[in-house]
Structure formats: structure tokens, C-alpha cells
Design a protein around this ligand. Structure first.
Ligand SMILES: [Zn+2]
Ligand SMILES: [Zn+2]
Length: 267
């Protein structure tokens, strides 16, 4: 089985991952990948925004580490990317980040909803017991649709992240999902199959089969990502993700260079 590129992996600069880019690259070669992409958590303008991303002054160091991994492993294509937090008031900052280096792609992710709550944080899990779960899902997808409509990203990360700890909506959210996917289609933004969900309480790939089916029907492209926070997580459950994508009807996935998409067949 030829593996599609693993486009979602992190480095120690974000303070909650292990493994340097060159170590990920060495492991990727062992696993049989021909292409990967490093996509660590983007910095914010202010370094005290939170404690799970690189500092602003570490961005050049991050890029240098990816470049050195590229030099160490010339047989492997290593894309230079970031997982960028989308917040409605950070659009100018995201544009600024885009000019700093010749990125291959940006993964746009919503982790934060209003009130500064990063809904996937294991340290804020108790907030889920005190919220209206349906309100969180609605606000999350509203932000995700804004992220897709912004055209700032090539890929949208883990599109149904609120399910991480098992909190499912009690209402039909199909209209919210459709609005998000229409925005993806309008801006030619792909969505990722992110296998980290299988390692969380929800025990399911992000996003769900239902969302993938709607994405396929609307002609939205896909990519694959393990969301690895250690080299050993690289390519995790890719066989399951590829199987799911094919069952849903996808025949190809996106690859990115210089922020431009090409399609490669899913084998
Ligand atoms: Zn992370
Ligand atoms: Zn993320």
C-alpha cells in the first residue's frame, strides 16, 4: 500500500510533543512514506497567549529544523507547514505569519471558542460539565466555517474536534456542517482525516463518516494526518483512514507545495 502523505505532526517547540523533525523524517522513511509535512502549532503575536505553542521568536528555529531534516533525508519530501489557530480576531496575524516563510500549506484549526476556552484542553475538561454541549458545537462550527471561508488555509484540521472527550450534539447539526463544507468548496480548502481521534475518548477519526460523506458529495478535497506529537504516532491508523476515505468514495487526496494543491490517487 502506497501511503498518502502524513501532513500533521508536531515538534518539541510547542512544549507538548517529542521528536525533532529529522527524527520524524527518519521514522517516516522506515514506515515507507515518500512525503510528510511538519505542521507545528503556530505562534501567537503575544507569547503569553497560552502554553502549548512555540514562541514568536522560535519560528525561524522551527523552519531551520525542518530545513535540516530535508537535508538529512533527501529521499523524503518534507513539506514546511504550520497548524494555525483560527480566531476571528487573529486574521491579520495569520496573514502576517504567511509572509514570514515560504510555507507549503497552513492547516487552519479551531481549538478556541469564545471566552478563551480551548475545548480540547485536558486541563479544562470540567468546563464540558458546565456548558450547553449544543451551544459549543454550534459555536465551534460557526468558527470553522469562518476559517474555511477566510481562504487563509489549505486544509482545515480535525473538523469535529468537540467530540474528543465524547460530548456529542443532541440536535441534528447537518446544516452547520453543510455551511462549513460549502465554505471549504468555495475557497478550495481541503479537510483532513485526522487519526488522533482514534487515540482519544471518542475513538473515532476526525471527522465522522457522515461529515466525510457530505464532503465527498460537495467535492471537497481531503488530506491525511496523524496529528503526531511523537515520531511513534506518525502514520498511526492510516490503513483505517484510507479504508474509510475509499468507502466514502474518495479516489484521490490533496498534496501541497508552495500553497498550491495537486491531487494524487489513493492506492
Ligand atoms: Zn498539539
Ligand atoms: Zn489541533
Amino acid at each position: 500500500m502506497a501511503l498518502p502523505a502524513d501532513y500533521h505532526m508536531h515538534t518539541p517547540l510547542c512544549r507538548h510533543a517529542t521528536g525533532e523533525p529529522t527524527e520524524y523524517a527518519a521514522h517516516a522513511v522506515r514506515l515507507g512514506f515518500t512525503e510528510i509535512g511538519m505542521s507545528d502549532h503556530s505562534p501567537m503575536r503575544e507569547d503569553n497567549f497560552d502554553d502549548w505553542r512555540m514562541r514568536n521568536d522560535q519560528l525561524d528555529e522551527y523552519v531551520a529544523k525542518v530545513r535540516s531534516a530535508q537535508r538529512d533525508h533527501p529521499q523524503l519530501t518534507i513539506r514546511l507547514a504550520l497548524e494555525v489557530d483560527f480566531l476571528p480576531d487573529r486574521v491579520e496575524w495569520i496573514r502576517e505569519l504567511a509572509t514570514r516563510h515560504p510555507w507549503d500549506y497552513f492547516i487552519g484549526s479551531v481549538h478556541y471558542i469564545s471566552g478563551g476556552w480551548d475545548i480540547d484542553s485536558p486541563f479544562k475538561r470540567e468546563l464540558w460539565d458546565r456548558c450547553d454541549v449544543d451551544v459549543v458545537w454550534a459555536e465551534y462550527f460557526d468558527r470553522l466555517a469562518q476559517a474555511a471561508a477566510s481562504g487563509l488555509f489549505e486544509i482545515i484540521g480535525h473538523a469535529d474536534l468537540p467530540k474528543k472527550f465524547g460530548h456529542m450534539p443532541t440536535r441534528d447539526i447537518t446544516p452547520l456542517i453543510a455551511k462549513f463544507l460549502d465554505a471549504c468548496k468555495a475557497t478550495d480548502t481541503a479537510i483532513e482525516l485526522n487519526t488522533a481521534g482514534l487515540r482519544k475518548d471518542c475513538k473515532e477519526i476526525y471527522p465522522s463518516r457522515a461529515i466525510l460523506e457530505l464532503a465527498h458529495a460537495k467535492g471537497v478535497a481531503i488530506t491525511f494526518g496523524s496529528d503526531a506529537h511523537a515520531p511513534a504516532e506518525q502514520g498511526a491508523d492510516f490503513a483505517a483512514a484510507i479504508k474509510l476515505a475509499k468507502e466514502v468514495g474518495f479516489k484521490s487526496c490533496g498534496k501541497f507545495a508552495g500553497r498550491k494543491r495537486a491531487q494524487v490517487a489513493l492506492l
